[in-house]
Design a protein around this ligand. Structure first.
Ligand code: ADP
Length: 408
């Protein structure tokens, strides 16, 4: 056998490093998807991104809908070509802190029929991440095609640290059934559902301001309740949404006083509150918040590569999440480096951090006993998933008791 062999895995490793480098500079990566087309997913993604940008966040909007990319049109960028910065593609700024990229901005002729097979889509999505100069972002909002096909699957695989998904639905029962499938996709992928949005929910009369329920409203909200998922808001039907979208004028930017724009504001606020680690918040603030929001419990979890680890005593980091268990929402998240691994030191530290519940894959019996003596509830056998997902599972009573998975 020849000793000279090519190593495609080296290229792959370099690509992975580049992707990781890009993603490290993006704080929250959010996938927006829906069970089926036409429910207003792209509209929601674009206007949510715009609202976050208007709130001062650095935002990226990435469209991975290969068959019908609508973001360029919605953002008034159809036909434009991005500039290059050396080897990198510059995303097109709508405003200075909202950068947009879509395959539709890279392909010539909008009517080209391109046959996209799964692996091709996968490598194109990789390029839209690693070859685009996203820079430092607070939020990357990703508009995915409807359904749970190749694109969301690829994205979950490529962006290993995706923050979570937002599912857009309409109020009718049929759409809500589609959402159930979307929720189950997220569960399978260990991807937290950050919220459900009910779009085209009621009509607000432009003359008298009264709300008229056209399709019946509340289906998405009801499902969110059943599944214990945050409900982000009901966007009413507003003919100006169609008009402004068709004219390439992002709705919330040009209609900021409308009831629908207010819903996007509330939605962005809820999302930011859910996600932003309230690092600057003082203990006093936390106490006030507790009064307003219901019971806050503090969860601790050992981490390995951002996921809940099986090895309590050998974790590089611990994450502490203050969680509003009544409203199923995180109010504060912080990561800390544990003290050195010596007998009793880490359990004492966890207790001093005012932890109510420790969720871990595995833990030794001595450490467990010590924690319990100090009033910390210990739940072993937690899955190797994202911390927010594991906490929300626990709070919903869906964390199956399984064996202590620590092999140390
Ligand atoms: P999807 O991405 O789910 O296929 P779109 O965001 O492209 O859906 O929306 C489909 C159509 O519905 C577009 O013409 C859009 O302007 C319109 N639309 C979306 N949301 C609303 C709304 N709340 N009120 C009125 N029209 C809307």
């Amino acid at each position: 056998m020849s000793s000279f062999q090519t190593h495609p895995s080296v290229d792959q490793a370099m690509e992975d490093v580049q992707i990781a480098k890009t993603l490290k500079r993006i704080k929250h990566k959010i996938l927006v998807f829906s069970g089926k087309g036409g429910v207003g997913k792209s509209t929601t993604a674009a206007n949510l991104a715009m609202t976050l940008a208007l709130s001062g966040q650095q935002v990226g909007l990435l469209d991975i809908d290969f068959h019908g990319p609508s973001i360029p049109k919605l953002m008034g960028m159809a036909g434009r070509r991005p500039d290059m910065d050396g080897e990198m593609i510059k995303p097109i700024p709508f405003v200075e802190n909202l950068k947009v990229m879509s395959l539709g901005l890279l392909l010539s002729g909008g009517d080209d029929a391109v046959v996209w097979r799964g692996p091709l889509k996968n490598s194109a999505i990789k390029q839209l991440i690693k070859d685009v100069a996203w820079g430092d972002l607070d939020y990357l909002i990703v508009d995915s095609p409807p359904g749970t096909g190749d694109e969301p699957l690829s994205l979950v695989q490529i962006m290993k640290d995706l923050t979570g998904a937002i599912i857009v639905t309409q109020p009718q029962q049929l759409s809500v059934d589609d959402v159930r499938r979307s929720v189950s996709f997220c569960e399978k992928m260990n991807l937290p559902v950050l919220g459900i949005v009910e779009n085209m929910s009621g009509f607000i009369c432009p003359n008298c301001g009264e709300r008229v329920e056209i399709f019946k409203s509340g289906g998405g909200e009801e499902l969110a309740k059943q599944k214990n998922i945050p409900f982000l808001g009901k966007v009413p039907i507003d003919p100006s949404i169609v008009e402004s979208s068709d004219a390439g004028k992002p709705f919330v930017y040009y209609n900021s006083d409308s009831p629908a724009a207010k819903v996007f504001e509330e939605m962005a606020g809820r999302l930011m509150r859910q996600l932003e680690a309230n690092e600057s918040k003082t203990d006093d603030d936390a106490e006030t918040e507790e009064k307003h929001n219901g019971a806050i419990q503090r969860f601790a979890m050992p981490l390995a590569n951002g996921m809940v680890s099986a090895h309590f005593g050998h974790a590089e980091k611990f994450i502490f999440i203050d969680y509003d268990v009544d409203n199923n929402v995180a109010v504060k998240t912080e990561e800390k480096t544990p003290p050195p691994h010596e007998h009793g030191v880490i359990p004492n530290w966890i207790a001093e951090e005012k932890t109510d519940v420790l969720l871990t894959g595995g833990i030794g019996p001595a450490a467990q006993q010590l924690l319990e003596q100090k009033g910390v509830k210990v739940v072993a056998g937690a899955p190797h998933g994202k911390p927010l997902y594991v906490v929300s599972k626990y709070v919903k009573g869906e964390l199956e008791e399984s064996d202590n998975t620590c092999d140390h």
